[in-house]
Design a protein around this ligand. Structure first.
Ligand code: FES
Ligand code: MG
Length: 591
């Protein structure tokens, strides 16, 4: 059934349609049954859905259950009617086999709600990694006015007098555990210290990245991304967001008018300046596809690679979420970019009806060690590079996290400073890696390149965050704490590992990583943007034929119906890992 808009507000097609009194009565009576009045539903007040992502199963976003009260207050204060509804929970670290599997499921379910119920506009309660792209994608497909609200990061974690950042301290202390410097309980205590309050990861992981980019895209109010979850400003921002949600309906500010190609180009630049997660290209490229905009890893390199790193947050830097907010958050970063003519489209519109420059150009930087002025940038070039070669068409690398030690070991040949070679140790998924990495018989040494395959959207449904592989404990004890890693999976945004990841197509989709054998030599040339196995085409062809004979690269059976459904229709990481058939549905609220 298609519900046509008969009056100014979409919801009136349900609640006040004199041409169809029996359906109106049916729609109306059940919403009255908890005390909402006919007047509220029939007097033309915008009905604002609050897409609730918080729950006990989704602790990063759980504080949205509280914040929604202030969102409701704001909606009512502006003359709207709030209707809160749950969306499928996503907890990045709690969902097996991986939370990324559920991004498209949350997207689908939210599309159905926004399309199928009497909602004129929506507040998208974003936070934990995948909840931000999933809800923005849903708003893009339905294209009803929508505004995002971050739940905000946790307070800074502290451990032994030092800032303890989400994820980052776990990678760091896992090495200490491997080296025998701490025991199991000390490891768990360090992890707990990094999570001192409600909110999402306090590092510049995928959550802080995607929330910052939701602001850079113009989809949430200026300053909203960085406010820590427990701060009073967070509740105040929830109230203002509720108010603005009503205005966006009255002014008909639909997502497709905000999230234009110009907005995405701004977001790519902001992502570099903040040192954003390697998951950002996947999510933004996917979001763009739901708006009919083609965004590629090459766009990320072209627009983002030479942008300097300004935000000094772990894992690339030193500070955490509270520091980011106190220094001025996203508006202060954007102001610095505008001052230096680095933001491509300062005139891009945003959700409050003002341009991004009007929102941010005069924002003050209150701590120049946390948000660096251009002259004191942490790295000259903080964006991603897009690599290709004889094994895949695209993979990205976050060059801002290449450490001095890594550079010295792999990128210091005076004749060839941007390239290195090594023999590969190949792992088929994370279980295989864990089983074999510490086995001395594997012969893994400092000249080894670790390869993870079978970890893409099809092979490990959703794409596993496993490409940042720790070296064998024996190497760590010798002081070698990272090896070059390449893979067709993803990696956690909280990881500081300079991996080559998101290789597309993945092994399970016919990608060339499936052809590698232990001991093959790989050459990585960052300047040329190439990763090649040093084998001739005849050898690759014969391996390809042998693999085809065996029925292709094997991957485990699906464990749930959704895994099977998604595997059958999901695209590759470079193209945003979207459900391919969903791409043709655009602006369906108007249909
Ligand atoms: Fe949810 Fe990091 S695990 S935000
Ligand atoms: Mg993650």
């Amino acid at each position: 059934m298609t519900i046509k808009q008969t009056t100014k507000l979409r919801s009136q097609a349900w609640f006040d349609n004199p041409e169809n009194p029996d359906m109106t009565a049916l729609y109306l009576e059940r919403y009255l049954n908890y005390g909402i009045t006919r007047e509220e539903l029939q007097s033309g007040k915008p009905i604002i859905g609050i897409a609730q992502t918080g729950s006990d199963l989704a602790p990063c976003n759980r504080h949205h259950v509280e914040l929604a009260k202030r969102v409701r207050d704001g909606i009512i204060a502006a003359g709207g009617v709030p209707l809160e509804f749950p969306v499928h929970p996503i907890q990045e670290t709690g969902k097996r086999p991986t939370a990324a599997l559920d991004r498209n499921l949350q997207y689908l379910s939210c599309v159905e709600v926004l399309y199928g119920y009497p909602i004129d506009g929506a507040v998208l309660t974003i936070g934990c990694d995948k909840t931000t792209p999933a809800l923005l994608m849903a708003a893009a497909t339905v294209n009803i006015p929508a505004i995002a609200l971050s739940v905000g990061p946790m307070l800074n974690g502290w451990h032994r007098g030092k800032r303890a950042g989400s994820g980052t301290i776990i990678w760091e202390y896992r090495e200490k555990l491997a080296a025998g410097e701490i025991d199991y309980d000390q490891f768990m205590d360090a992890a707990a210290a990094s999570a001192p309050s409600v909110g999402y990861c306090n590092t510049m992981g995928t959550a802080t990245t995607m929330n910052s980019l939701a602001e850079a895209l113009g989809m949430q109010l200026p300053g909203s991304a960085a406010i820590p979850a427990p701060y009073r400003e967070r509740g105040q921002m929830a109230f203002e967001t509720g108010r603005m949600a009503v205005e966006t309906v009255l002014e008909d500010r639909a997502p497709a008018a905000i999230m234009t190609r110009r907005a995405f180009e701004n977001a790519i630049v902001v992502n570099s300046a903040i040192g954003g997660s390697s998951n950002a290209p996947i999510h933004l490229n996917g979001l763009a596809r739901h708006l009919g905009i083609e965004l590629t890893p090459a766009d990320w390199q072209r627009l983002g690679h030479t942008i300097p790193l300004l935000v000094n947050l772990q894992p690339a830097g030193a500070y955490l979420g509270e520091d980011y907010h106190r220094a001025g958050g996203v508006p202060a970063v954007i102001a610095e970019l505008i001052r230096n003519d680095l933001l491509p489209h300062p005139d891009a519109p945003t959700i409050n009806g003002r341009t991004i420059a009007e929102n941010c150009a005069n924002a003050a930087n209150l701590n120049e060690d946390v948000i660096r002025p251009l002259g004191k940038a942490l790295k000259a070039e903080a964006g991603f590079i897009d690599l290709s070669g004889n094994l895949f068409r695209s993979a990205i690398m976050k060059t801002s996290v290449i450490s001095d030690a890594f550079r010295k070991r792999y990128l210091s040949n005076p004749d060839d400073p941007d390239a290195f070679e090594g023999k590969v140790a190949v792992f088929d998924g994370p279980e295989d890696y864990h089983a074999r990495i510490d086995d001395p018989a594997e012969g893994i040494d400092e000249n080894t390149i670790l390869v993870m395959r079978g970890a893409g959207p099809i092979g490990y449904p959703g794409g596993a965050e496993v490409v940042n592989m720790r070296p064998p404990d024996a190497l760590i004890r010798r002081g070698i704490t990272s090896l070059p890693c390449i893979g067709d999976g993803r990696q956690s945004g909280t990881s500081g590992s300079p991996s080559i990841l998101n290789a597309s197509p993945e092994a399970a989709a016919g990608g060339g990583l499936a052809l590698l054998e232990n001991g093959d030599r790989l050459r990585v040339d960052l300047k040329a943007g190439r990763v090649d196995v040093l084998l001739d085409e005849a050898e690759l062809e014969s391996r390809r034929a042998a693999l085809a004979e065996k029925g292709g690269y094997p991957f485990p059976e699906a464990q749930t119906p959704w895994q099977e459904i998604q595997r059958a229709m999901v695209g590759q990481l470079d193209e945003g890992m979207v459900l391919e058939p969903a791409g043709k549905y655009r602006a369906i609220a108007q249909s």
